[in-house]
Design a protein around this ligand. Structure first.
Ligand SMILES: *Cc1c(COP(=O)(O)O)cnc(C)c1O
Length: 461
């Protein structure tokens, strides 16, 4: 299996190199050259299997010969052993034809653990085989950072630096990043918003001298291996509700477009998905794009669902690549226009996008109201991101069962949850010491030179 860049001007790579690299050298993102398919019979055979076994069967063709079957099965087993629910991704029923896919039973209580725990194991095996050490730098709106730190802390082969927007993550999110004591963990509180953090990260990747000197590796959802790990729960949940014999729909609370892009890959692999609904909060660039055909940046307005406070949705580039018939030159031109505020999508590409996705947005008031109503009607306490999803899903209910992805545990956002429904959202017992531990973080300016100097000093490279 080969991976090619969405901008058409970087060498194609195998799975291991695409995973260890993250961003392509032409600034594009790696996607599989062809997407392997599963037959209806292959999908039907997944019914009733443990999560790990489904993960193996779904991901195996993408990994090809990077790992032996035995190695890969072992990696998957280790990745999900720390989850707090035997089903890993359990389904809960919200209404007659509406289900919630709880993706928050991992070690840091957000769906990011599904991918990050797997990547941690994949990196560990690949790097120890190569005898190499890499520097992981990640940008986070809150959940990616803690998931990455949890997955990589204490590993010899990596130093991990996480850039988060100072003052714009929740206390639980911040503490999950600042309280680990391992020496290879560096939490960096940067002046600016998440888009600034992501922009500096991309700048580091585009500074080849720095990139090569520190052996930079990226684990943001630009990393293909992360998207791949997230494809699995679309299969487990759809099969539990009757696929491939009936179609199912999904609504996905969306920021960087990684999670929903995984759903798109599942569909391309042959999973019978009816609607794939993009749900945004008030930072609704993706919903506006679907409505107007123009991808136009506006400022970010902080919301109660901070992990979706974004204007530059990186993985959208991957679906644009398909929408433009895999013409990397067109994608590169559009992305160049993005630095001037935005771009207009061609009519043909918009038709492709509208055939593939539906979309909706939830305002702050609607999100709060949804937390309250869901609690009253079902007893389910939703985090604000999941509530955005449930609200938008309810506007899109049809004949197929609707599965809304619950992306984080309510305990990560206790203030918003308490405001909305009067309910406390306590941390699970295994995390109860979080507020007693000392915090360790470095304040940094929104300045590429200063960031690179700090990383070089800390890694001695
Ligand atoms: C990261 C995150 C999202 C957005 O996911 P994308 O893959 O960036 O679209 C939504 N909700 C929560 C809780 C998250 O952590």
């Amino acid at each position: 299996m080969r991976y090619i860049s969405t901008r058409g001007d970087a060498p194609d790579l195998g799975f291991e190199d695409a995973m260890l690299t993250g961003l392509a050298r032409d600034g594009g993102l790696y996607v599989p050259e062809t997407v392997p398919t599963m037959s209806a019979g292959d999908i039907a055979a997944l019914a009733g299997l443990p999560y790990e076994e489904v993960a193996f069967r779904v991901m195996r063709p993408f990994v090809s010969d990077t790992f032996t079957d035995e190695e890969f099965a072992d990696i998957i087993a280790k990745a999900y052993a720390g989850f707090n629910h035997d089903a890993r991704a359990p389904l809960v029923q919200l209404g007659a034809n509406h289900f919630l896919l709880e993706l928050f039973h991992g070690p840091t209580l957000a769906f990011k653990d599904f991918a990050m725990q797997l990547i941690g194991q994949l990196f560990q095996v690949a790097l120890s085989r190569r005898g190499e050490k890499v520097t992981i730098v990640g940008a986070t709106s809150g959940d990616t950072g803690s998931a990455a730190i949890e997955a990589f802390k204490g590993l010899d082969a990596v130093d991990v630096f996480i850039l988060f927007p100072h003052g714009r993550v929740s206390d639980v999110q911040r503490r999950q990043m600042t309280t680990p004591t391992e020496a290879n963990v560096h939490a960096l509180a940067m002046d600016g918003d998440f888009d600034d953090c992501q922009a500096r990260l991309k700048d580091m990747f585009n500074d080849f001298e720095f990139r090569d000197a520190v052996k930079l590796a990226g684990v943001n959802s630009i990393n293909w291996a992360r998207v791949l790990a997230q494809v699995v729960y679309y299969f487990t949940s759809a099969v539990a509700l009757g696929a491939p014999h009936r179609k199912v729909s999904f609504t996905v609370p969306t920021g960087n477009f990684g999670d929903i892009f995984a759903g798109y890959i599942a569909k391309k692999m042959g999973l019978p998905i009816d609607q794939l609904v993009i749900a945004t909060n008030q930072n609704d660039i993706l919903h506006r794009t679907m409505e107007t055909g123009a991808y136009t940046k506006a400022g970010v307005t902080p919301s109660i669902s901070p992990s979706m406070d974004i204007q530059v949705s990186s993985n959208f580039e991957r679906v644009l690549f398909d929408a433009y018939g895999r013409d990397g030159k067109v994608v590169a031109d559009q992305m160049a226009d993005l630095s001037n505020g935005g771009f207009k999508i061609s009519q043909g590409a918009m038709e492709f996008l509208r055939e593939t996705f539906d979309s909706g947005r939830a305002s702050e008031d609607e999100t709060m109201a949804q937390i309250k109503t869901s609690f009253a009607r079902t007893g389910e306490v939703l985090c604000p991101h999941s509530a955005v999803g449930v609200k938008v899903a309810e506007d899109h209910l049809g004949d197929s069962p609707m599965i809304t992805l619950a992306t984080a545990h309510p305990a990560k956002f206790p203030a918003a949850v308490k405001d909305a429904c009067g309910q406390d959202a306590p941390l699970p017992p295994r995390m109860s010491g979080l507020f007693d531990r000392d915090e360790r973080m470095t304040r940094v300016a929104n300045d590429l030179g200063a960031l690179e100097a700090l990383i070089r000093e800390r890694t001695g490279r």
